[in-house]
Design a protein around this ligand. Structure first.
Ligand code: ASP
Ligand code: MG
Length: 407
């Protein structure tokens, strides 16, 4: 009898009617002869609501208390879903991260899973129960509740699939899988049937919301296939697996898999910075200590320190914090200018084919120039090209690119 891990996102559990459909789906899978582990997110927007609540007291909460508070969202979903399944007549039990043996380090808000002690889960499965585990949380070795970063229930699901030696993990949401681009932006976005781990990692880390990036990294490491499916129908969805070696990049196949979009970014440029290497190292160390991640980075030095320039982007949610770090660190330094542009978006074009055809870059540049859209930054890697533009130009540019690449 095989173990199947089914993860349900918050929007699939946002009311009791939807929860009932989810419960029926789980029970059916059990009756098909599987042992079932369900991982749940918090109902609807609960996590955001909890953050807003604590922010009414402080914008800088004690990380331990922040995690304890946020973990309650998933506990509500798990116990409600278990109650519903039991009331239908199947045996189910809810387990918190602690009860499920999910051991993490002590990095509150972004804890890393270090170990799974699956004894309790296995006992419950042996007792023929459907095991419902709270996503997004664990417990540190010194017994504090931790959370795994936003979207962390996906990670819980993949890690449990790996720990219980299941070859795959089903991640259900209210969309039908991974799309070539966000269907809210491009009307004729298409569902992707199969996508490699590497492409999915780039899609997720470049703004596609369907899966948490860390969960795909772990899926790749342990070779767990992910099926991204819709909670409310039986369609195929998207398979995320190791196809990179086999994917044919020929004349017929599409070189580009999809376009991801990070709507709210800030571009920061520091010009004429003396001792640029050591300053930048210190600056970025401070950013990392405060949980701020640098995204695109360009650095150019033209003979004199006066012309040293670095530009980088960060997520807009970190803007206030980043600005105060920069001001504190650089106020006494000899800097010619600092520019902040807090109204930019990042568009990322992703596909294994990119590395085999550099004419793609010129096609992209032509699309932007034909549409008179100014490119503020560009970054090219093996399977991704990212472009920063003014936010007002983003939607139009994405539509043009989607059309041009016939996605
Ligand atoms: N409830 C958490 C969040 O909103 C975790 C998750 O949904 O995966 O980020
Ligand atoms: Mg999610």
């Amino acid at each position: 009898m095989s173990v199947v891990v089914m993860k349900f996102g918050g929007s699939s559990l946002s009311n009791l009617y939807k929860m009932r459909q989810v419960a029926d789906k789980i029970i059916k899978k059990k009756k098909d002869g599987n042992k079932i582990i369900v991982v749940v997110s918090a109902l609807g927007d609960t996590t955001d609501d909890l953050i807003n609540l604590i922010n009414k007291i402080t914008y800088d909460p004690i990380p331990r208390e922040f995690d304890t508070l946020l973990s309650t969202g998933e506990i509500v979903s798990a116990s409600l879903l278990s109650t519903m399944i039991n009331s239908i007549g199947e045996k189910a039990i809810s387990l918190t991260g602690y009860q499920a043996g999910i051991k993490t380090n002590n990095d509150f808000m972004y804890a890393k899973i270090k170990e799974i002690d699956s004894t309790r889960i296995k006992e419950c499965l042996l007792n023929n129960m459907i095991v419902i585990v709270t996503g997004f949380q664990g417990v540190s070795f010194d017994n504090n509740v931790t959370t795994l970063g936003r979207g962390g229930s996906d990670l819980t699901a993949v890690v449990l699939a790996a720990a219980l030696k299941s070859d795959f993990c089903e991640i259900y949401s209210d969309v039908e899988g991974v799309y070539t681009v966000d269907p809210n932006i491009v009307k004729n976005a298409k569902k992707i049937n199969i996508i490699s781990y590497d492409e999915m990692i780039e899609m997720a880390s470049s703004g596609a919301q369907v899966l948490q990036t860390r969960s795909v990294l772990v899926a790749k490491k342990f070779n767990v296939k992910i099926y991204a499916k819709c909670s409310f129908n039986n369609k195929e969805g998207t398979i995320i697996c190791d196809i990179s070696k086999n994917k044919e990049v020929g004349m017929e196949s599409s070189l580009i898999t999809g376009i991801a979009f990070d709507k709210d970014q800030v571009k920061i440029s520091i010009i004429g910075l003396l001792n640029i290497e050591s300053c930048v190292t210190n600056l970025f160390d401070n950013f990392i200590n405060d949980g701020i991640y640098i995204d695109m980075l360009t650095y150019s030095s033209i003979n004199t320190d006066i012309n040293n320039t670095i530009s980088f982007t960060i997520d807009k949610q970190y803007f206030v914090k980043a600005k105060s770090i920069i001001n504190n660190m650089l106020c006494n330094k000899n800097v010619k200018d600092i520019f902040y542009n807090d109204d930019v978006s990042k568009i990322s074009i992703i596909g294994i084919g990119i590395k085999s055809d550099y004419s793609i870059v010129s096609k992209i540049l032509k699309t932007f120039s034909d549409n008179k859209v100014n490119i503020l930054m560009i970054y090219i890697s093996e399977i991704k090209i990212s472009i920063v533009v003014d936010k007002k130009n983003a939607t139009k540019s994405i539509n043009e690119l989607h059309y041009m690449f016939k996605l």
